[in-house]
Design a protein around this ligand. Structure first.
Ligand code: AMP
Ligand code: MN
Ligand code: MN
Ligand code: MN
Length: 282
């Protein structure tokens, strides 16, 4: 099956992680905006998939079961998306629960860092934004900062406070690359390197990452994502070809107010790539 625009969107978030729309609202928006295929890929969490699937059946779109796993590789935080996973897999669920588990402790340390700067009340504040108390993310802290007027937008929150090296950044050990891929592929899913252009890796390090990713059974790479400028599509298309990886496309939609590419507005994949949705029976 070939797709005229819009092509499938295989990366999005709901209130089960750091999105602002419920799974039902997200699916409704996808349908209204003409998407035929959407993957819900909440961070370290599959709790929203059942509701999203029901909503997708009602409006007649295809919902791909997904997840975005936080990984630490050589000290860098890397995100690995799983597509076509089975949320009932015991090994996957145990792995995700363990990965989420560390977020409580990390959130407490982030609150302490804000207190130290004289920005008080972030602990209670962040809970207003985090519908899932087990999934407190830096995004929720960023929304707290914007709402209280400490910064003017989300970018400012990461630049000044929450990004790597900033005063409220708390280093954290996430899952290993091999474990994340094993949980995904073990549940029948396809592992995808998310938004590779965001990692501060030079070409040699990127090749090492992709080499290890392939050795562990990773099969695809995001080429078109809101994190990439159009010039980067060709860079990651070349990496896909070199490593024999399929190509994915995803908006990484979090919120109508925050996202660079809204649902249904992604550019098509560059020609000559194997779309990852062919591996998902689409
Ligand atoms: P966490 O998993 O809690 O470390 O939070 C990571 C999330 O923060 C990502 O999934 C993005 O949604 C968000 N994020 C990271 N950097 C930025 C940025 N520069 N601007 C906006 N959101 C960001
Ligand atoms: Mn996010
Ligand atoms: Mn990500
Ligand atoms: Mn994401």
């Amino acid at each position: 099956m070939t797709y005229p625009l819009p092509s499938p969107d295989l990366h999005s978030h709901s209130t089960y992680s750091d999105g602002t729309l419920t799974p039902e609202e997200l699916v409704a928006r996808a349908s209204e905006r003409g998407l035929a295929v959407l993957a819900l890929t909440d961070h370290d969490e599959t709790g929203g998939l059942a509701a999203a699937r029901k909503a997708a059946e009602r409006v007649g779109i295809t919902l791909i079961h997904g997840v975005e796993i936080s990984v630490t590789w050589r000290g860098h935080t890397i995100h690995v998306v799983g597509l076509g996973i089975d949320p009932a897999s015991a090994e996957l669920e145990a792995g995700l629960a363990a990965t989420r588990g560390g977020r409580h402790r990390r959130a407490d340390k982030i609150v302490a860092a804000f207190d130290e700067l004289g920005i008080t009340g972030s602990g209670e504040g962040v809970r207003e934004f985090a519908a899932n108390a087990d999934m407190i993310s830096r995004t929720h802290f960023a929304r707290f900062l914007v709402t209280r007027g400490h910064v003017k937008d989300m970018q400012g929150a990461f630049k000044r406070y929450l990004g790597a090296g900033q005063p409220c950044f708390v280093p954290h050990q996430w899952a290993s690359l091999g474990d994340a891929i094993k949980w995904i592929t073990g549940s029948g899913g396809v592992a995808v390197i998310a938004h590779p252009g965001r990692y501060p890796l030079d070409t040699a390090q990127m090749r090492e990452l992709l080499g290890e990713f392939c050795e562990h059974g990773g099969a695809a790479i995001e080429v078109v994502t809101s994190s990439h400028k159009p010039q980067q599509y060709a860079v990651f298309a070349a990496h896909a070809a070199k490593f024999g990886l399929a190509a994915s496309a995803g908006s990484d939609f979090h919120s109508p107010a925050e996202s660079y590419h809204d649902l249904g507005s992604l550019p098509a994949l560059p020609p000559g790539l194997v779309p990852v949705w062919h591996m998902l029976g689409i």
